[in-house]
Ligand binder design. Structure first.
Ligand code: ADP
Length: 475
């Protein structure tokens, strides 16, 4: 763990092992932190806060910029580590490192642009001044699916804003987190400004984070269920909150779209990270007029996806994170087939030579999916494309919005008026119009409804870590 600028063991002296999810090999071990460690880290962050927030934005920016340089310099090494620890193909891991580094640079730049404003008053003797100040100590909890970029997406804006941080990474990917903190340390971040607490059991750490009076903000990326529980607990001390939670993205293909182009896009985004992404399409609404061409191209693309060890350059599909995740995917597919969906390809666990311990599931295509099936409502988080044929284009907006989630949505159409209507009508935070990658450090990422609170990245991303202060001056 990294507390107060030093690498430390857990107070209990315990540690836990980390495994490669593809073959089950033990690849390392990290301290198993508990309450006491979380409290120590919060104390270090509290002590460091006044001096860090008093630094100029230019000084904070320079450190983040050095971290950006260091991360890019060791991008290949980090990508290999990520592939080994998380299972994703090394090429995808390399893209993630670039995306992660982008946040360091973007917020190094934004640190210098935290402008306030003056507001004219109705009183001749009064002046209003609005300024922004860091919220204080931030507690961050991050997931395993993007084990480097989900850290920098929180750390970079928090540090740029002048906050100090305690971060708990997911228990299956602490080595990537350690590598990120090594970079921050080498970049010259002062002691106590960012602290890392690793733990096999997240619950006691979460309890300390949400109840400790010194923590002023909780930022979380993970499942909706855990996000709601953290928000409930943090409400007792009215902490600021950012929540980036689950999704159930619609992917809508109108009859005027090119079905092949749309199917290639669908294959590209659906099987990224083996479907383990909150912006993964979960319901593919395809107009019946182009259904056959779409399904044919998608099946062809799926046929080319090889599963295996992420370090193998030809592999596109890594393992699922654990047995429970695989069981959930299998249950959704079985349920859909039992209720009448057609299985075009996949639909089974893969047993790969030498990788028997890995949770591999075949890339799967279901068509004829209907609203009574579990996959129509539940987030899948796995490599299953679920196609729902539709006939009436007037119904589609209501069908797409009929979900408790509201993170990402995708639309394929060549009709500009339709594109605008969909962009404006979809109750989702991120809309890709003929675009499967509407994400960037420069663009606000986040969801509506039960997909969360707040935005990460972009100008919005840093305001999540700032308070607004008003001054009224009688002159
Ligand atoms: P996923 O289903 O993607 O694993 P989780 O929400 O379970 O999502 O995990 C995301 C992060 O939340 C991880 O860092 C995990 O350790 C943490 N987490 C899970 N349960 C709790 C909890 N009860 N309190 C605090 N953190 C938790």
């Amino acid at each position: 763990m990294y507390i107060n600028g030093q690498w430390q063991q857990a107070s209990s002296g315990k540690s836990f092992d980390v495994f490669n999810p593809a073959d089950g090999d033990r690849i390392g071990s990290v301290p198993d932190g508990g309450r006491e460690d979380a409290e120590r880290a919060i104390a270090a962050a509290s002590t460091a806060a006044p001096a860090w927030s008093a630094r100029t934005a230019y000084e904070r920016s320079a450190i983040l910029r050095r971290a950006w340089e260091l991360m890019l310099a060791r991008a290949d090494e980090l990508a290999r580590l990520m592939s080994t620890e998380q299972g994703k193909p090394v090429k995808a891991a390399r893209f993630e490192v670039q995306y992660a580094a982008d946040f360091l640079l973007w917020f190094a730049e934004e640190a210098k642009r935290l402008y306030g404003e003056t507001i004219p008053s109705a009183r001749a003797d009064q002046r209003f001044l609005v300024a922004h100040q860091p919220v204080g100590v931030v507690a961050a909890i991050t997931p395993w699916n993007y084990p480097v970029s989900m850290l920098t997406r929180k750390l970079a804006p928090a540090l740029a804003a002048g906050c100090t941080v305690v971060l708990k990474p997911a228990e299956s990917t602490p080595l990537c987190a350690r590598a990120v903190f090594e970079i921050l340390h080498e970049a010259g971040l002062p002691a106590g400004v960012a602290n890392l607490v690793t733990a096999a059991d997240p619950r006691p750490i979460g309890e300390v984070f949400t109840s400790h009076p010194a923590v002023r903000k909780i930022t979380f990326t993970g499942s909706t269920a855990v996000g709601k529980a953290l928000a409930r607990d943090a409400a007792a001390t009215m902490k600021r909150m950012s929540m980036e939670l689950g999704g159930h993205a619609p992917f809508i293909v109108f009859p005027d779209a090119d079905p092949e182009h749309a199917a290639k896009g669908a294959a590209g985004v659906k099987f990224l990270n083996t479907g383990q992404a909150c912006i993964s399409p979960n319901r593919m609404f395809v107009h019946r007029a182009i259904l056959d061409a779409f399904v044919h191209t998608l099946a062809q693309r799926i046929g080319k996806l090889r599963a295996g060890l992420g370090l193998d350059p030809d592999v596109a599909i890594g393992p699922l994170n654990n047995e429970a995740a695989l069981a959930k995917v299998a249950r959704q597919v079985e349920d859909a087939v039992a209720k009448g969906a057609q299985l075009v390809c996949g639909g089974e666990r893969l047993h790969l030579p030498g990788l028997e311990k890995g949770c591999f599931y075949a890339p799967t295509l279901l068509t004829g999916v209907t609203p009574d099936m579990q996959i129509y409502r539940e987030e899948t988080f796995g490599p299953v494309a679920a196609v729902i044929p539709f006939d009436d284009t007037d119904d589609i907006l209501a069908m797409a919005n009929d979900t408790d989630y509201g993170l990402a949505a995708y639309v394929y159409t060549r009709d500009i008026a339709r594109a605008f209507r969909m962009f404006e009508g979809l109750r989702f935070g991120i809309i890709g119009i003929n675009d499967i990658n509407p994400t960037s450090a420069a663009a606000p990422f986040g969801g509506m409804k039960e997909s969360g609170l707040g935005r990460e990245g972009a100008r919005e991303g840093i305001f999540e870590y700032l308070e607004t202060k008003l001054g009224g001056f009688a002159v």
